[in-house]
Design a protein around this ligand. Sequence first.
Ligand SMILES: [Zn+2]
Length: 522
Amino acid sequence: MTHWAEEVARELLKIGERHVISTGISPSGTFHVGHLREILTGDAIYRAVVKLGGDARFIFLVDDADPLRKVPAGVDESFKEYIGVPIWQVPSPDGSSKSWSEYHLEPFLDVLNDLGASPEVIRTSRIYKSGEFKDIILTVLRNRERLMRILGDVTGRRLPEDWYPFMPQCTSCKRIDSTRVLSFEGEYVYYKCSACGHEGKVSVSSWAGKMPWRVEWPAKWRLFGVTCEPFGKDHAAAGGSYDSGSRIIREIFEREPPYPVPYEWFVLKGKGAMSSSKGVVVSAYDFVKANIPQVVRFLYVKYLPMTHVEFDPIWGSLNVYDEYKQYERVYFKLEEPTHGMKDVEYIYWLSQPDGEIPERPPIQLPYRHAVVLVQIAKDFDHFLEILRRQYSEEEINENVDYLRVIYQRAKSWVEKFAPENVKFKVLERVTRDVIGELDETQRQFLKSLVEIFESEEFTWSPQEIHSTIHNVAKKFGLSHRRAFGVIYMIFLGKPEGPRAGYFLYSLGRDFTIKRLKEVLEL
Ligand SMILES: [Zn+2]
């Protein structure tokens, strides 16, 4: 089997040796996990082309010249006055950044850096400001009628007779969505604004407004020589912007459209399609910071772009980590692949943020254990100390950097995604107020546990601890719920908690015995 990214790369190399892989997102709202698919799909193709010996450039066009369309929930109503204004000129929602667009872009760039995806970041506003679009704008203005015909044919909707392929910015009210072009002459575009009534002229040799999306997209293909582009499936629909863009670049710019890589939605389980305008959003930032980078990359590169992915950011994170580690063990020949696993080596390689495969397999600490340990550990050193009971000193030392990332990410997962019943805090001391009056059966049960845990023959392991609690409870006729419940009360002050075997194991034998004895003395 050939991985999908390699397949695309092979197709591209049949066309030519030099490639420009382009991606683009409008920073109009919070970047969500769906947006990661755009970039990580482009990144996978870029890496695949380079791996095959091709020459590639990977760009991320930030559509910051788009107008603000609506004020999202949670942002001050006063921002309504900026509707229609390009987002690079709208103030940051909380004043913390240079503009509306930079406010949303900054955390996303942080995340891309984290994931080792490093496209050249190009802001659309700067392309206009630099004058690089000037000739293209003049070309589309001169071809207004041909463009109207193409767009009418493709979309089945006739454009109004006074349509122009340019949206000048009103120099008076700053809107770009309310102006109507009257005429153009040389580099000047004459317009009238329906919002404020202003009439004026602007020069397209610098920032003066923007082309509408359906024209701007092929204009970017032309300017950058884009040869491949991933995009959401809505653009790929019949009559969509890829269709119109393809005709525009062929008929107006006399170039070929980029090789299309449409992708399906990446949705949040149980909440429908992710859309920043609907407010059901897991931000890309929160999601990435709650998972190790390899696992995030794995999640995106494993599936074909046209596979619809429903992701549960709560339990899904724990499961996808396990799956990634399984690929890792198969990669390092520590175990055999199971049915349905394919392209293991390619996927494992694409999952590495720096593209470098570790020399030896990293530590196999399950994330579901890490999220328990970070709640027990006082700090990172304590986290390592607990792990030393389970792993050799050598293995810990070799994996310190990797473990530091796991520690930070698991803490974020607990903070941002863990359901309340998964969160806990180990009681520093136990009092009668917390556990209440123990009956005789419970006391006998606890006494018996202490005896067994203290005996030399007992092996302090998660499995042994679990089965001991289970068996002793049975002996005293305590229900499973009451037996484990009293243990959780003693250590956590609440009737439920993580799997008791691994939990007590991680707390340590001495601590566990000491605490049980304290309770018996209350
Ligand atoms: Zn105006």
